[in-house]
Design a protein around this ligand. Structure first.
Ligand code: 5GP
Ligand code: MN
Length: 343
């Protein structure tokens, strides 16, 4: 964060404010962690705070500190609209464009006449905020929230609960500290957070050691459906609505499955296609190893975006048509894919 922005922020929050914290639809650990931690921070400083998320928090992170106090825009619509309308300022955390909160909530935010502050690590942030703290090199918005509090000179304010939220977001967005965006700075921050009382092994267990039987069976099905496009070092997984139903799908169950496709030896590009009958779309996740940008790929072909090595997209065509389109466009990238990653 630059010094001008820090000055602006410090002056802005000198008097008590009504603050709302928002993150993207289908919130992940980083979205929940950054919103809840920053809300706890400002609450401690005497401001009025409320986290509003577009829809539900999946079970594997529903235990996070502050998660119970979050308003769901889809279910607690009246209360959510009220706090948004009455807010002085809204923090936009872990997303770069208003449409990422979904159509309904986007309208609510677009009508908001107060100030926005954006803290995010996705590429090409929309220019809509009074202060935008954007850094695509940082592994997680939670790490950025730590830097933000650090820039304000208030790291001492981070207590065990805030630290747990931040730790969880950093852990989940770095794939348990293994993605290339994990730096020595990340590890130093994580060390500090553990020093503040985070029970790191418990967090790991809560997130990864709480699978339901049906979720593991769904994973089995997904792995059975794994297909390889050898010539382009690409692998993909499909899950139909019927399959999701058969294995009692609940939100969050498909989280991380795409990484199994990427873990296949020799594969540098992985995708998962998930049929969402309720929204009448196919939701996609893309992952890559090395220089091949799935962000660019998702933007060009599937109305999506994200990061260079992890992105998502959507399609209104059928699952079959979407996969056929994918298979048709991937060969255009053959050269880039073959050179993407070598060890
Ligand atoms: P995931 O595949 O885990 O849902 O998302 C991976 C990354 O891509 C996340 O950072 C997420 O915010 C971003 N992402 C996922 N879906 C979309 C999408 O439809 N549009 C955009 N712009 N980004 C997405
Ligand atoms: Mn994130």
């Amino acid at each position: 964060m630059n010094t001008t922005d820090i000055k602006v922020i410090k002056a802005y929050f000198e008097l008590p404010k009504k603050i709302v914290f928002v993150a993207h639809k289908n919130p992940d650990g980083d979205a929940v962690g950054s919103t809840t931690a920053l809300a706890m921070f400002y609450k401690k400083l005497g401001h009025q705070v409320q986290v509003v998320l577009p829809n539900g928090i999946p079970d594997f992170i529903a235990w996070m500190p502050g998660a119970e106090e979050v308003y769901r825009y889809d279910l607690q619509n009246i209360q959510s609209k009220k706090v948004i309308n009455e807010a002085d300022v809204i923090f936009l955390l872990d997303f770069n464009a208003l449409h990422r909160v979904g159509d309904d909530m986007e309208k609510g935010l677009a009508a908001f006449e107060g100030d926005f502050i954006m803290i995010d690590h996705h590429q090409q942030p929309d220019d809509i905020a009074m202060v935008t703290y954007s850094d695509t090199s940082i592994c997680s918005t939670c790490q950025m929230v730590y830097h933000y509090i650090e820039a304000l000179g208030q790291v001492d304010m981070i207590d065990q609960e805030m630290a747990t939220s931040l730790y969880t977001g950093i852990m989940t967005d770095t794939g348990s500290f293994r993605f290339p965006s994990t730096t020595s700075i990340t590890h130093n921050i994580v060390a500090d957070l553990i020093g503040k009382g985070v029970k790191n092994a418990d967090v790991h267990n809560q997130v990864f050691g709480n699978n339901s039987y049906s979720r593991l069976q769904l994973l089995g099905k997904a792995l059975t459906n794994l297909m390889v496009l050898e010539a382009t070092k690409t692998a993909y997984i499909t899950l139909t609505h019927e399959e999701l139903k058969q294995y009692n799908y609940s939100k969050g169950d498909t989280e991380g499955i795409v990484n199994y496709a990427l873990s296949l030896k020799g594969i540098v590009f992985a995708a998962i296609f998930i049929e969402d009958k309720d929204q009448a779309i196919v939701k996609m996740s893309f992952r890559s190893k090395g220089s091949f940008s799935v962000n660019q790929f998702a933007r060009h072909h599937f109305d999506g975006g994200g990061h260079d090595n992890a992105a998502g997209g959507r399609s209104i065509e059928t699952l079959q048509e979407t996969v056929a389109k994918f298979i048709a466009v991937v060969p255009q990238y053959k050269k880039a894919l073959l050179h993407s990653y070598e060890i």
